[in-house]
Design a protein around this ligand. Sequence first.
Ligand code: ATP
Length: 362
Amino acid sequence: MKVVLDSLSKRFPPRGKKGKEVIAVNNFSFEIPHGKLVGLLGPSGCGKSTLLNLICGLYKPTEGEIFFGDETVSELAPEKRGVGMVFQSYALYPHLSVLQNIIFPLENLKGKDKLSKEEMKKRAYEVARLVQIEELMDRRPSELSGGQQQRVAIARALVKMPRVLLLDEPLSNLDARLRLQTREEIRRIQRETGITTVFVTHDQEEAMSICDLIVVMKDGLLQQIGKPQEVYDDPINLFVAKFLGTPPICTFDGEIKDGKLYIGKQEVMSPFDLPDKKVYVGVRPEGFVPEECGKFICTLSALEVMGRDVSLVMQNENAHTDKFRAIVDSDMPIDTTKTTVSLSLKRNKVFLFDKETEERVY
Ligand code: ATP
């Protein structure tokens, strides 16, 4: 089921005399293709949960429309939309067994959708098998690990065979290892069911690793939508460039002059078919190549061995952060007796941004 957002906005009215109106979602238009896993990504308060609540029907849009397929659902009540939702706080019923928790949403079905006890149990066992918890059906939620509870929550959301699955920060209560495992699980379950899924997270690594598409948001505004690698390789503005990538992109004050790129006074790259202008220069950590002929000279403050790669911790007076990191192959010879390192820059890893608008300069 494809999901289409058409000029969708949600404004919350001001509270009290001094309060200000909040535009939590500002004029969003995009299409989530059928069967894809889409990550909503952005810092706290950018409007991710509001957007999810609009899709599931807990909020009514101030403007715009939401379509599931070709049908508008903007006026439909949440229970009529065919949406399964998993929250950060699994919200399982503590006094019910796992089986009863999963069956619960089926008990309210009425009319032609009404199921017999046997059918409900059969469905519950089908989804339990899918999320691999069929051994745990008689336990109470308090007798499960965090990851197992999360699987029960997913099973409960899937049991009504939703047209769209919405996951709001589903992994944030899990420890690092379980998070990794569970995100792979979510990917597998999504692939097996083929249900169009929207996944909210503020963790860019998580979103990039499992999503077909990512939607980067800031202050209620859509910044960029695309395949994770495409957005990483071709960020539309400085915010998106900085938001994606670990270690983060390194940024510097720079200038285009006579077709050459300068960082401070050092000419680091040419030719550039651009008019003279001051720019911000972003370099991905894998875009630095230590070599004798490198024109960009930086202070080397530490070298961290990470197995396959080495991380060079460096400083430069034109960098926007006190220290920045380059990731290089551990085979690369680095003279650690020197306090400086000469670097060349890989052109496809260097992005320029307008100093006023912070939009990409192409
Ligand atoms: P987080 O990652 O912290 O959960 P988020 O990206 O999900 O954040 P939202 O919860 O969607 O952000 O909030 C977006 C903006 O809307 C915030 O400024 C928030 O304060 C505001 N907001 C959310 N819900 C309401 C509400 N019911 N009334 C007024 N303002 C709200």
